[in-house]
Design a protein around this ligand. Structure first.
Ligand code: 0CH
Ligand code: SF4
Length: 329
């Protein structure tokens, strides 16, 4: 017989906002609508969003994911992912006579436009972001001769510019706000005349999810972040949780990846999810916790989100044409 111990109070803190942002919602609906409109297959260059479950679900509906447009048969339909693409990708697609649907998030496009404008004005652009990440590859492609990647504060020492009086920083949309400010601080020490982007490049969704997890961090013995390993914004939520004082934090694709041992001695569990994560996966985590006595769920609300983006224009055009044809019948 084990020693009798008083039951530990068990509760869940559930972050709000969490999960889908407007850009992801739009991109996922765009693939679904394209499949309905044109039939299978619809090719998608790169994971439409960095989430395993989303990709698998769309594959079952007839989407085919590829890494490069060169893999798409000539004359087919290809959609570009929410992370954006370099102009050369549009050119390759045109050469292969592909019909393209661009699901790049409008907030990523905004950063592309900033890059083009500062390059036209002959600035050196210091793009803060993670090397090899799809979004950074796309943004850098807008002005390869003017952009230098800065991958975190440690990388600042390697940065060189042509003219320190004409330098601007831009960033990936899904970075840690705090780490980015640290990088900017180090860059400003090195280049005091460095100018900032005209508006925040780290998007509202990334910022709000980090603020919410920060609010719960200090009260949580464990924070479970739902998201895929290649999802930059989801990985950042684990770092932010730990930075805010959470006892422990893990990234899981779904409830099956949670380990029982993580609950040892734990009384408060924080739960959140990245911008590419469907709510059904969070429901699974909450059900898993509830089966283990974590039934009491308290919402930690950091912000209200109401932004919605309209579907990619190519798709809207074809959906409108179809609606017009149907009404003329
Ligand atoms: O966080 P990252 O950029 O890795 O991408 P995700 O997980 O697909 O989330 C959506 C963001 C897409 C572009 O900003
Ligand atoms: Fe757009 Fe931000 Fe969502 Fe990326 S995380 S798709 S930039 S809203």
């Amino acid at each position: 017989m084990g020693r009798m111990t008083a039951p530990t109070p068990r509760r869940v803190l559930l972050a709000a906002p969490r999960g889908y942002c407007a850009g992801v919602d739009r991109a996922v609906i765009a693939v679904e609508k394209a499949l309905e409109q044109y039939g299978s297959p619809v090719y998608v260059r790169h994971e439409i969003v960095h989430n395993k479950y989303v990709v698998q679900t769309l594959e079952k509906k007839g989407a085919i994911f590829v890494e490069e447009t060169a893999e798409v048969p000539e004359g087919s339909i290809v959609m570009f992912s929410a992370h954006g693409v370099a102009p050369t990708v549009h050119e390759e697609a045109a050469e292969r006579k592909l019909a393209t649907i661009d699901a790049t998030c409008p907030l990523v496009t905004k950063v592309h436009k900033e890059a083009v404008r500062f390059a036209q004005d002959d600035f050196d652009i210091l793009l803060i972001g993670h090397e090899g990440h799809e979004e950074v590859i796309g943004t850098s492609g807008e002005a390869p001769d003017h952009i230098t990647l800065v991958d975190g504060p440690e990388d600042v020492r390697n940065v060189e510019v042509r003219d320190p009086s004409r330098v601007v920083w831009l960033s990936q949309t899904t970075l840690s706000v705090d780490e980015t400010m640290e990088t900017v601080g180090a860059l400003k020490e090195k280049f005091p005349l460095l100018i900032s982007p005209p508006s925040d490049d780290i998007c509202y969704a990334t910022q709000n999810r980090q603020i919410a997890v920060k609010q719960m961090g200090a009260d949580a013995d464990l924070v479970i972040v739902v998201g895929s390993k290649n999802s930059s914004n989801s990985v950042r939520l684990v770092e932010v949780a730990l930075g805010a004082g959470a006892g422990d934090s893990h990234l899981v694709d779904s409830a099956d990846e949670i380990e029982e041992a993580w609950l040892d001695g734990v009384s408060t569990v924080g739960v959140t999810s990245g911008a590419s994560v469907p709510e059904v996966l969070v429901d699974g985590v909450l059900a898993w916790l509830s089966e283990r006595g974590f039934e009491d769920v308290e919402i930690v609300k950091a912000a209200e989100e109401s932004i919605v983006f309209s579907l990619p224009k190519e798709l809207r055009r074809d959906l409108r044409a179809e609606a017009a044809a149907l009404s003329a019948e």
